[in-house]
Write a protein that binds this ligand. Structure first.
Ligand code: FES
Length: 319
């Protein structure tokens, strides 16, 4: 990867039940590239997996990056490797930060909605809004108090916080009612990160309430069906390399690129991290990712080659 950085695992810290934070520092001192609130980095883990995690520390900091990882019982190996194999003093490769979840810093009001470990990018946003003196509030849902990371940091923000712990309330929050009670001025922006079911509900209720500025970040992929007119075979032209090849039926674009000696930068390979974003110079992609907004997908100027396909005979990529 061209944007790969060497990082030292400086601190591992217990943050809540099954949640550990990892503070990374540049190997040999110095600083990391600057990042904006909402950004994430890829960690190249000891088991060979590459996983993306949101940066949680204040966005002005470049002497360190901090991520927090939930040990997921359904882990395919990523979070287990973080919890069981990372040690203080170890060096790992990480990517430079990328941001698929940018903060609108000039919003008249901001509502941050966190579900469980989804708190990480939202805490970074909250710290930024606090530093800018912008008005915002926090809604934080978790299974229990003991499983809610960064409670003290959120309390210390000194802004209105709505806490909801399922174990104390006997079930999940009424998201529709909570959103309906928030300010509905046109300048308000709403951000949510958390489990897929919460994000689906957030999107649905924001749409019903007419909240246009609703933003989400997913950390689990959504199954997006192929478009009705998606092609099973098509020609891929690599403009910069000056060559082309056919994507065969059942092969998939990423596999076809690799079979032809092209290795795009990838991480999740599920359409959620943005690593493989590639400029489209011609043709119509069949977008199946969870990174691009509906408007960005409609523009057809960029695509996630790990999960997306093609709806035209030919796809021209900036590769
Ligand atoms: S590799 Fe993560 S979006 Fe493609």
């Amino acid at each position: 990867m061209s944007d790969s950085l060497n990082a030292l695992i400086h601190t591992l810290r217990y943050e809540a039940e099954d949640i550990t934070s990892i503070e990374l520092r540049p190997v040999g001192g110095g600083s990391f590239p600057a990042f904006a609130a909402g950004s994430h980095i890829d960690l190249h883990l000891p088991n060979g997996m590459v996983r993306s995690y949101s940066l949680v520390n204040p966005s002005g900091e470049t002497q360190r990056y901090v991520v927090a990882v939930l040990k997921d019982r359904a882990s395919r190996g990523g979070s287990r490797s973080v919890h069981e194999q990372l040690r203080v003093g170890m060096q790992i490769r990480i990517s430079a930060p990328r941001n698929n979840f940018p903060l609108h810093e000039d919003a008249t009001h901001t509502v941050l909605v966190a579900g469980g470990i989804g708190v990480t990018p939202l805490l970074c946003m909250a710290l930024r809004l606090k530093a800018l003196g912008r008005p915002f509030e926090f809604l934080y849902f978790a299974r229990s108090r003991a499983s809610a990371a960064f409670r003290a940091e959120i309390e210390a923000l000194g802004v209105p916080v709505t806490w909801h712990f399922d174990a104390e309330k006997g079930g999940p929050p009424d998201l529709q009612a909570l959103l309906a009670a928030r300010p509905a001025q046109p300048g308000t922006h709403y951000y949510a990160c958390g489990p897929a079911v919460m994000l689906d509900s957030f999107e649905k209720h924001c749409a019903a309430l007419g909240y246009k500025n609703a933003h989400i970040e997913r950390f689990t992929a959504v199954e997006v069906a192929a478009a009705k007119d998606a092609r099973t075979t098509y020609i891929v032209e690599l403009k910069r390399a000056g060559r082309e090849f056919e994507v065969e039926a059942g092969q998939g674009l990423l596999a076809a690129l690799r079979a032809n000696g092209v290795e795009p930068s990838t991480s999740c390979e599920e359409g959620i991290c943005g690593s493989c974003e590639t400029r489209v110079l011609g043709g119509i992609p069949d977008h199946r990712d969870s990174v691009l907004s509906a408007a960005e997908q409609a523009a057809n100027t960029t695509m996630m080659v790990c999960v997306s396909g093609c709806r035209s005979e030919r796809l021209v990529l900036d590769l």
